[in-house]
Ligand binder design. Structure first.
Ligand SMILES: NC(=O)c1ccc[n+]([C@@H]2O[C@H](COP(=O)([O-])OP(=O)(O)OC[C@H]3O[C@@H](n4cnc5c(N)ncnc54)[C@H](OP(=O)(O)O)[C@@H]3O)[C@@H](O)[C@H]2O)c1
Length: 341
């Protein structure tokens, strides 16, 4: 097995001074890879040198991954404090007193007594079942309301007070939603985990988060070719086939996936690529410690941005909403199109 020295992987400093590896491993099997395949990959990834794992209760694999962490500790591969373990609160657990119940289940499944980070997975309590289809909608779905969200966030803050979670954060937030949230926080989010890749660079979001000391974690950093059907549309960009990436990849003698990863780490957001194939997840982490992109190549990629969101999340739309764009506040204010309370 080829490995990298985990100490050589660059690290990013969080607002409170803590350090986190500049690349993590995703653990969502995209409704395609089993819990066993994903957890086996996590075990090997620890051996290879990964120290940051991006998980979530909704991925349905935390108990298998917990067995793997436990085995990695007892096999002496790593110590608990050497790993950065992140999980997320699922949308059906936003209610009063639910957050502690949810994190307790995640900690039990992962066989841990604290999480390094816990994020609110989506900014509204809109549930979808595992494996949801293209047209599945939950009748109780609703847009974002700051009062409702802060009730959830205050419970997140208490998890820090209780020592169960080191850092709290958000995911799938927009700038307008963050602008409502941040002034009301007792403990500010350390991360915003959102879709970012060369076809969807989200510069406004990235710069705004940076200005607020919020680190961007990039999900689907390779363009998520294996994402569930519910998130696909016929004219979506195929990131791995973007000519600019293909050309730069050819010049470096690597797969375009690795160019996406180098671009992410050099730009300063943290990619969490997913793969269950050892050759892929090895090369993904190795890419951050060798053969960087030139400034010129970084600029070519910047100009190749297509502003093409691939994970549209229409499965979370509320009754009366027009289309997936309503989720993402595209007009610079919180969008509640069609909502009638
Ligand atoms: N917060 C959120 O709401 C949210 C949403 C989505 C995802 N996420 C997180 O982001 C992680 C990654 O996202 P993702 O799985 O959607 O997309 P991704 O990482 O962009 O793409 C994953 C796919 O890329 C391929 N791949 C990986 N490494 C490769 C390499 N070196 N060469 C060629 N192909 C490679 C694999 O294809 P094959 O399977 O064909 O090998 C894999 O299935 C998830 O696991 C999850 O942790 C979070």
């Amino acid at each position: 097995m080829k490995t990298v020295d985990a100490n050589q992987v660059p690290q990013i400093k969080l607002a409170n001074g803590a350090l986190i590896p500049a690349i993590g491993m995703g653990t969502f099997g995209n409704d395609k890879y089993t819990s066993e395949e994903v957890s086996n990959a996590v075990y090997n990834a620890i051996k290879i040198g990964y120290r940051f794992f991006d998980g979530a209760a909704a991925y349905g694999n935390e108990s298998d991954i917990g067995k793997v962490y436990s085995r990695a500790f007892s096999d002496g591969l790593v110590k608990r404090e050497e790993l950065y373990i992140l999980s997320k609160l699922w949308n059906n657990m936003h209610g009063k007193r639910d957050v502690l119940v949810a994190v307790s289940k995640t900690l039990k499944d992962l066989q841990l007594d604290y999480l390094d980070s816990y994020l609110v997975h989506w900014p509204f309590p809109n549930y979808h079942a595992p494996g949801a289809g293209v047209d599945d909608r939950h009748p109780d779905s609703r847009p974002f309301f700051i009062e409702e969200f802060m009730e959830t966030w205050e419970q997140m803050e208490k998890l820090v007070d209780m020592g169960l979670v080191r850092h709290i954060g958000v995911s799938n937030m927009t700038v307008p939603k963050l602008k409502e949230m941040l002034p009301l926080c007792r403990i500010k989010p350390v991360f915003n985990e959102v879709e970012v890749h060369p076809a969807f660079q989200q510069w406004d979001m990235f710069e705004y988060c940076k200005s607020q000391d919020i680190v961007t974690i990039a999900y689907s950093p390779l363009g998520s070719a294996e994402r569930p059907e519910r998130d696909k549309e016929s004219n979506d960009t195929i990131v791995m086939e973007m000519p600019e990436l293909v050309k730069i990849a050819k010049d470096h003698g690597v797969h375009p996936a690795l160019i996406c990863i180098k671009w992410a780490v050099q730009r300063g957001h943290i990619p969490v690529p997913f793969s269950v194939r050892e050759s892929e997840y090895f090369s993904n982490i190795a890419a951050v410690i060798e053969d960087p992109l030139t400034d010129e190549e970084m600029e070519i990629i910047r100009k190749a941005d297509k502003n093409d969101r691939l994970i549209k999340a229409k499965v979370f739309l509320w009754p009366g909403a027009e289309n997936w764009k309503n989720i993402w506040d595209l007009n610079g204010e919180i969008d509640r199109t069609g909502w009638q309370s």
